[in-house]
Design a protein around this ligand. Sequence first.
Ligand code: FES
Ligand code: FE2
Length: 437
Amino acid sequence: MLTQEENELICRVGPGTPMGNMFREYWLPALLTEELPNPDSDPVRVLMLGEQLIAFRDTNGKVGLLQNNCPHRGASLFFGRNEESGLRCVYHGWKFDTAGNCIDMPNEPAESDFKQKVKATAYPTQERGGIIWAYLGPRKTPPPLPDLEGNMLPGAQAWAYQQNANWFQILEGHIDTAHVSFLHYGGIQPEDVPQGSFSEYQLRQRHAHFEVIDTEGGASYAARRPAHDGTVYWRVAQWIFPSFSMAPPGVLGLGKRNACEVPLDDHHTITYQMSVSRGRPGGNGPNATFNPIQMQPRTTDWYGRWRPIVQPDNDFLIDRSVQRANSGPSGFTGISGIAMQDAAVTSSMGPIYDRSKERLGTSDAMIIRVRRRIIAAIQAHMRYGTPPPGVDMPEAYRVRSGGVLLPEGSDWVEATRELRQAFVEHANLDPALNGPL
Ligand code: FES
Ligand SMILES: [Fe+2]
């Protein structure tokens, strides 16, 4: 549990808040490349860390991320004309480039030098692997982008979805492997999956013994379950500052997926998924299939991007007859799709749950560790300006998650050191080991 003060400290991310300030030290996904498909395409409203911004791609293909309100008298630049390497406010014609410089001020006399004195807040952007990254922080020269293989390897792709909950509530779901045997697979029996696969071990003993370690950029945890013939099944997962995670389905050494929670504001979050094999968020086993989230039609509203059709207001389209039958991957919940099962429980807590009311058990060890690490980093950043972990260490993001079989009595930390390293190929590993889940 957390005190209400600690809870507020982690959850509030607007400008000037301690966690908001810490978040701003990092590069974060702001949009998918496909949201600004070509030069001079339509400007997009982007809400991020409680700030209203307008994204546009200029004539040369460069992406700008400007404050919403025009520096002149505040008209929204959303209505701007995206033309000839700049976004022109339609109220009096001031025009801004991607760096926020005012490059034309046609309502002032030609001899006026006022336009040299005007600058719009503009945040640096970079594009990589289908994601437009933004840096909302204080440094003149931003730090490097994190080394995320799901965003860097050839064929890297990304997808996104929005949820009605605080960023940390969603992250906690992504670093909680204990729920998987229930929420997602409660309707599947061990006999339903290939014998000798990780899926079988996970279903045969739904509880697990958890161990957590600190890593350079965050924390890693492993869930231990008995396997066969003196071996143990370890399910290893990663969290990296501030909101990057790697889900554990699949075989350790093969997984190349990363996720990142980006707060729109305190109550809305977009999760960005990055993968070299788009279409396999549920594992890298041979039967893993892409389960795209069906999206509502996009709107230009601040909350109009990447909204799934299933939502709190339609009870995530729960089907009670499916739930009653309790069979198959939707059986436990009656809700279809892993990401939407997660979304249902996460948003059902309310946008920011009061964590002083929780009762945490041994399977919550990772959540407890991550909270402690974040609170310590916020306090050091707030009091002494200490750069938080990972900001200047892109290599700290070179990690992997997944399952592994180890001999009884092995030290998983030592035994998996190389398998937990990203950008290493392991041709001898068989993805079929995982099974279908
Ligand atoms: S408000 Fe934008 S140019 Fe006047
Ligand atoms: Fe989940």
